[in-house]
Write a protein that binds this ligand. Structure first.
Ligand code: UDX
Ligand code: UDX
Length: 464
């Protein structure tokens, strides 16, 4: 079955949606159906108005417009899509467990298991099942056991094909990936399945960029890549605190070390802390796996990356309180940005959530402006932390559609996301409308501090 004609993807999220849209756009002869339990999400993917797609990614609308209705379909009919497909991608979420054994660390695999059971019960012909979700090492084994023991006697091949796209640049990352990783079994049937997936990607990716490995290496490579990237951010953030004490400038340090070709210049931007659905979850996963094998030193080593990140978020909030004369009670503090990075509407694990939580504990009034994040999401993020009653989150946090309204009468502005548009604002106008002294805390090293100080702002930036 090396020529695939029908693909099904379970999970129409930030990963499944853009990935399948690009496969459909690049392989017009393959029918790609993305299914999801969430009917509202599917309806949004099918919305005539491309501004209403549930995922915001630069360039995604054009790709969807090109393929949707031709060979790209969004549906809630999970079983029908599984039945028709020769290849099924599992791209459902794998959040950190919030209960039981491994609570707060291990990945919750209940959605993955549900998918495997559903595939097993529906499948009447041989299928290739592709793990797209980031999973703890050796999950493929669990999927295989469920498929083989609960299926209808058909044959399943399991591949691991981890995602390396970063949100905000997903389409570009999918069109021009550094590499595509495919893990599979080394026997003949495993190799056939690997070839079937290689042939799909080879429609637009040079074959030397398509790496094939065994399943475990593939699964572990994904966790390792995210752990290394997050570690770089925590490393530069650790140095940012030292810079603030010593008079060194973190941007200058980052530039200097980044020019060493052994280190490289990427992922050296100090910030209020990394967020996103992957870094923390994957490292916690790694820590859990290492611990479960009794590798305490390995576990502690990686856990420190998370500890540093939590510290960076907390000290940003603490510094705001300290600088505003040790009290923010009743003061309006405006957040520019809520998303975990620019060019996405995703807020999962965004540093903004934790900084807001700390400032709400100090009874601040928080105003938020983010070009892409909705008010309901902001409230949901805070409710999820469960620090206080929902009513209080709504009272403490107000969102605005106009940044100039958001900053009116504010005591301070905190930049939480590096949206480009913030740089182009009329900062004189902003200054004129704020309480004095007017403070700016730049959590992203985004703004021109010299210019802002000339206007009259008290300006502070991470690592300076
Ligand atoms: C998720 C994981 O977070 C990430 O680790 C993995 O690499 C890829 O999948 P993402 O696409 O960003 O990433 O998640 P999300 O946007 O939450 O989308 C998952 C979708 O799966 C949701 O729309 C959810 O409704 C759907 N889902 C979940 C199902 O259709 N069936 C289920 O059983 C569970
Ligand atoms: C990450 C990986 O990059 C991607 O390969 C994987 O598939 C999923 O996880 P993502 O979480 O979408 O992607 O975004 P990324 O660009 O990695 O940023 C993660 C967080 O780190 C963001 O909050 C970002 O603002 C922060 N970051 C990144 C920094 O603070 N400094 C940097 O230099 C880079």
């Amino acid at each position: 079955m090396s020529k695939i004609k029908n693909i099904c993807c379970i999970g129409a999220g930030y990963v499944g949606g853009p990935t399948m849209a690009v496969i459909a756009a690049k392989c017009p002869e393959i029918k790609v159906t993305i299914v999801d339990l969430n009917a509202a999400r599917i309806a949004a993917w099918n919305d005539e108005n491309l501004d209403n797609l549930p995922v915001y990614e630069p360039g995604l609308d054009a790709i969807v417009a090109q393929a949707r209705g031709r060979n790209l379909f969004f549906s809630t009919e999970v079983e029908k899509a599984i039945d028709e497909a020769e290849m099924i991608f599992i791209s459902v979420n794998t959040p950190t467990k919030t209960y039981g054994l491994g609570k707060g660390k291990a990945a919750d695999l209940k959605f993955i298991e549900l998918c495997a059971r559903q595939i097993a019960s529906v499948a009447k012909s041989d299928k290739i099942v592709v793990e797209k979700s980031t999973l703890p090492v050796r999950t493929a084994e669990a999927i295989r056991s469920i498929l083989d023991n609960t299926g209808n006697g058909v044959k399943f091949q399991i591949l691991s094909n981890p995602e390396f796209l970063a949100e905000g640049t997903a389409i570009d990352d999918l069109l021009h990936p550094d590499r595509v990783l495919i893990g599979g079994d080394s026997d003949e049937e495993g190799q056939e399945a690997i070839d079937a997936l290689v042939n799909i990607y080879a429609n637009w990716i040079p074959t030397e960029r398509i790496l094939t490995t065994n399943v475990w290496s593939s699964e572990l490579s994904k966790l390792t890549a995210n752990a290394f990237l997050a570690q770089r951010v925590s490393s530069i953030n650790a140095m940012s605190e030292l810079c603030e004490k010593t008079g060194a400038d973190i941007n200058e340090v980052a530039r200097a070390i980044g020019m060493d070709s052994r280190i490289g210049s990427k992922f050296l931007k100090s910030s209020v802390g990394f967020g996103g659905s992957c870094f923390q979850k994957d490292i916690l996963n790694l820590v859990y796996i290492a611990k479960s094998y009794g590798l305490d030193e390995v576990a502690d080593y990686w856990e420190q990356v998370i500890i540093m990140n939590d510290h960076q978020k907390r000290r940003f909030a603490a510094n705001i309180v300290k600088t505003l004369y040790n009290t923010v009670s009743g003061k309006k503090i405006t957040f520019l940005g809520w998303a975990f990075k620019k060019d996405t509407n995703d807020t999962r694990e965004s540093a903004a959530i934790y900084v807001a939580d700390d400032l709400l504990l100090e009874q601040a009034n928080i105003a938020v402006y983010d070009p892409k994040v909705e008010e309901t999401q902001i409230h949901a993020d805070l409710d999820y932390l469960d620090t206080r009653r929902k009513k209080e989150n709504r009272k403490g946090v107000t969102t605005f559609n106009d940044p100039y309204e958001a900053v009116k009468d504010a005591h301070a502005i905190a930049v939480l996301t590096e949206w480009d548009e913030f740089k182009g604002y009329d900062w004189q106008r902003i200054y004129d409308n704020m309480k004095k002294p007017a403070f700016v805390f730049d959590g992203r090293n985004l703004l021109d501090g010299q210019k802002l100080r000339e206007i009259g702002f008290v300006f502070q930036s991470i690592g300076k």
